[in-house]
Design a protein around this ligand. Structure first.
Ligand code: RTP
Ligand code: MG
Length: 143
């Protein structure tokens, strides 16, 4: 498996809980490198575009409300099998179903406010990275 990139968000609930650093530490402990990172407060338009695949779902309005409720950290993670590795570290979408020791089990309380996002495929990783970062904002490993 070649080195791969994935896109990640520390969602507003986790930023509000002051656990950005703890979540970043989990990425690093799993062998993922942070090669781009910034804090932003999403506009509704930006959040709606990001979650466009869920536009027709009943939870879409609540999801956009939540994602715009406070700042988020957005980052690009790089490493072996990064997409799957990040999904494993995050745990299931519903924190009630997430394995112990995962980000969502430890920091999230509900499916609506579930602490983190991670790309679910190479195609979405590419789209999501380009949605938030320009090429000159990504700093691959040099040493
Ligand atoms: P994400 O995209 O945020 O990483 O989460 P995911 O892949 O695990 O889940 P996805 O199906 O893509 O859903 C995106 C976000 O929508 C909210 N959601 N709410 N109330 C519900 O039944 C429901 N289902 C999904 C969650 O916040 C989920 O992270
Ligand atoms: Mg998803």
């Amino acid at each position: 498996m070649a080195v791969e990139r994935t896109f990640s968000i520390v969602k507003p609930d986790a930023v509000a809980k002051n656990v950005i650093g703890e979540i970043y530490t989990r990425f690093e402990r799993a062998g993922l490198r942070i090669v781009a990172s910034k804090m932003i407060h999403l506009s509704r338009e930006k959040a709606e575009g990001f979650y466009a695949e869920h536009k027709e779902r009943p939870f879409f309005g609540a999801l956009v409300d939540f994602m715009t409720s406070g700042p988020v950290m957005v980052q690009v993670l790089e490493g072996e099998n990064a997409i799957k590795a990040n999904r494993e570290i995050m745990g299931a979408t519903n924190p009630q179903e997430a394995l112990r020791g995962t980000i969502r089990a430890d920091y999230a309380v509900s499916v609506d406010e579930n602490a983190a996002h991670g790309s679910d495929s190479p195609e979405s990783a590419e789209r999501e990275i380009n949605y938030f970062f320009s090429a000159d904002e990504i700093c691959p490993r040099t040493r």
